[in-house]
Ligand binder design. Structure first.
Ligand SMILES: *Cc1c(COP(=O)(O)O)cnc(C)c1O
Length: 219
């Protein structure tokens, strides 16, 4: 099933949209099946789980951290993480920069924007994002590259609402790109709303349950 799901996604999403297979909570065997179907980008939301899977699986996999970050965990993934989606504070950026420097790397990050109305969803306001990108402190961080933005829409059946939230992030993305050409990735869309996200300009979707099936517990 996983194999067919990967093939179907690859066939049905536009060429300019990258599929992140969200494998959190799933066993190594499931990731291996996706890998054998050609999938090379996996998303995890817990650092320790990502480290364990990194160690167990082939080294040509690109590992994306999609969860909320605790600064004290950054050091464990700094040697190998390919993209960090959920950066939502300046102090986290500073810690990533520090750990990337120790590993002699430049780590790619997305700033997470708050677009949904639930209080539980993390994220920066549009003003904060604009301010970070324009700041001198950010300009001095040599081991970080901010390559785009990430957002999660409200969990609702109201497709117009979801569409308007994604569209507001796309507008910010386009406006910021003018003075920040390194912004190329707009990470929006999960199993329930990736089609709406793509209609609104997403270039990277993070899909878990539609590939691997339902998770046994909610994270
Ligand atoms: C779990 C998760 C996903 C994938 O969710 P599905 O609904 O299973 O596709 C995407 N993005 C983030 C940030 C997640 O935590």
């Amino acid at each position: 099933m996983i194999k067919e799901n990967i093939h179907n996604f690859k066939k049905n999403i536009p060429e300019n949209v990258t599929l992140v297979a969200v494998s959190k909570t799933k066993p190594i065997a499931d990731l291996k099946e996706a890998y054998d179907a050609g999938q090379r980008i996996f998303g995890e939301n817990k650092v320790q789980e990502m480290v364990d899977k990194y160690e167990a699986l082939p080294k040509d996999i690109q590992w994306h951290m999609i969860g909320h970050l605790q600064s004290n965990k950054v050091k464990y993934m700094a040697p190998f993480v390919d993209l960090i989606h959920g950066v939502d504070s300046f102090s986290t950026l500073k810690e990533i920069n520090k750990q990337a420097a120790k590993n002699n790397r430049i780590i790619n990050c997305l700033l997470q924007a708050s677009i949904a109305d639930e209080e539980t969803k993390f994220g920066l306001s549009f003003e904060e994002i604009t301010a970070i990108l324009a700041s001198k402190e950010f300009a001095e961080m040599k081991h970080i590259s901010i390559v785009g933005l990430m957002g999660m829409a409200t969990f609702t059946n109201d497709t117009l609402k979801i569409s308007s939230e994604f569209s507001s992030l796309k507008k910010l993305f386009d406006a910021l790109k003018v003075s920040n050409p390194s912004l190329t990735i707009l990470s929006m869309g999960m199993s329930g709303d990736y089609q709406i996200a793509i209609e609104n300009g997403s270039t990277m979707i993070r899909v878990g349950s539609s590939i691997f099936g339902n998770r046994n517990y909610i994270l």
